[in-house]
Design a protein around this ligand. Structure first.
Ligand code: NDP
Ligand code: PMR
Length: 399
């Protein structure tokens, strides 16, 4: 299957090779989350402590009141050193693959409490246990991204838990490459774009206020993207290519009844729908950045963690693909990365003080050093991002 696709490759593609390191970014330890690092991170956002407090309309010296939670920085450790409370991070789809590996990497630092936002509660709980995540470091909360009602309920439940929200990671996804006919979310949107983009779009919009309110020094909203949505790469030129067209299908509601289930208005293609959804993820991150970074200080970021060829993402693919894909990526494209390594990369985007730049799409080179990568023309089209945002807010009932 993979090799068949090679013969479909256009002969003249412009390839921006993922994997070049930006020398200006030096690698730092993954989990060095000291107070001074966090304050440095805050300074690098251009906010002095005083300005930040003024922006939140609070007098200097007062730590913002949280309902029944500990302030981010408490003064009272026995050695007289300032200590940072545990960060709270929501990770969608943390029951397997990248999400689970990230939860594990963060839990091992003992500096994070992970809210595993999953559609299958028991599977998530079992996964956390078998990954060795200590029970005081995680909470499973039900979230089905294929139902907007469930997304709203999740946001309400999370708020009722009284926890501050410091980082939100939109990670869950479905990939339906062999589907002949489209399937749909509870509200009738094509399942891949409905889950991967629209579910996360509503979730992020609903939880933005919680992120705004946290007193944690570095707050972040991360939306996982992918190389296959970027047509400036070899991987992104494997047919079917991502292409949102003029968004007529999205505007028509992706329901396949009075329009098309595809964003560009074309015939249903499951592999393309996934890649299109990743373009929406990367556009959404940038639109968030343009609308909210300056006002809120939140870091908005996306990433391609490498090709994690062994995850459940390929569960719907034919068995031959699942057999050949990992060795193909390991030995031929050399794009392969283990779940563990990919989890460390996403954990870096969650917590590393050197990755606080907003509006950025991160990738890693062969030495596992992070660098700010370029998005394709479509995935960085500001006008398209604005339109995707406006149509999406109508579809999810926010406008
Ligand atoms: P997995 O299939 O292992 O993980 C996907 C997760 O999403 C699972 O936990 C799954 O839950 C969850 N999920 C699916 N549908 C829903 C839903 N309706 N509501 C809530 N959760 C849902 O795949 P990966 O770990 O590979 O994928 C994680 C992210 O990484 C995705 O965003 C993907 O696009 C991205 N990515 C993956 C690459 C790879 O090579 N694998 C490369 C680049 C990006 P459940 O366990 O219940 O099925
Ligand atoms: Mg790809 C450097 C080359 C490279 C990389 C990094 C990937 C990543 N792929 C590359 C090249 C190729 N792939 C080539 C040359 C071919 C033709 C033989 C090829 C084929 C291929 C298929 C059929 N690749 C795939 C598929 C899938 O079904 C996967 C997909 O598109 O899922 C949407 C996939 C992927 N290749 C990748 C990555 C990361 C994927 C997985 C999914 C994702 O983007 O999340």
């Amino acid at each position: 299957m993979a090799l068949q696709a090679a013969s479909l490759l256009p002969s003249a593609v412009s390839i921006h090779k993922e994997g070049k390191s930006n020398a200006s970014l030096k690698e730092t330890g993954f989990f060095e989350v000291s107070v001074s690092d966090h304050l440095k991170a805050e300074l690098s956002l251009g906010l002095s402590k005083n300005k930040e407090l003024k922006r939140r309309k609070l007098p200097v010296g007062v730590i913002r009141a949280q309902t029944a939670t500990t302030p981010a920085i408490s003064q009272a450790s026995p050695e007289g050193k300032k200590t940072l409370r545990k960060g709270n991070v929501i990770i969608t789809g943390a029951s397997s693959g990248l999400g689970l590996a990230t939860a594990k990497a963060l839990a091992e630092t003992e500096k994070w409490h992970i809210i595993m936002a999953c559609r299958n509660f028991l599977k998530a709980d079992r996964a956390a246990k078998s990954a060795g995540i200590a029970k005081e470091n995680y909470t499973v909360m039900h979230l089905d991204l294929a139902s907007l009602e469930s997304v709203r309920q999740f946001a309400d439940n999370f708020r009722r838990s009284g926890r501050p929200l410091d980082v939100l990671v939109c990670n869950a996804a479905v990939y339906l490459p062999t589907a002949k006919e489209p399937t749909f979310t509870a509200e009738g949107f094509e399942l891949s774009v409905g889950t991967n983009h629209l579910g996360h779009f509503l979730l992020s919009r609903l939880l933005l206020d919680d992120l705004k309110q946290t007193d944690y020094p570095s707050k972040r909203l991360i939306i996982v993207g992918s190389i296959t949505g970027n047509t400036n790469t070899l991987a992104g030129n494997v047919p079917p290519k991502a292409n949102l067209g003029d968004l007529r299908g999205l505007a028509g509601g992706l329901n396949g009844i009075n329009g098309s289930p595809m964003i560009d208005g074309g015939e249903f293609d499951g592999a393309k729908a996934y890649k299109d959804s990743k373009v929406c993820n990367m556009l959404t991150m940038q639109e968030f950045h343009r609308r909210y970074h300056e006002e809120t200080g939140i870091t908005f970021a996306s990433l391609y963690p490498g090709c994690i060829a062994t995850t459940g993402l390929f569960r719907e693919h034919i068995p031959l693909f699942r057999l050949l894909f990992p060795p193909f990526q390991k030995y031929i494209t050399k794009g392969y990365v283990s779940e563990e390594e990919a989890g460390k990369r996403l954990a870096q985007v969650v917590t590393d003080p050197s990755l606080t730049k907003s509006g950025v799409y991160w990738s890693w080179n062969k030495n596992s050093a992070s660098f700010q990568n370029q998005l394709s023309q479509e995935a960085s089209d500001a006008e398209k991002a604005r339109k995707v945002w406006e149509i999406s807010e109508k579809l999810v009932g926010l406008a």
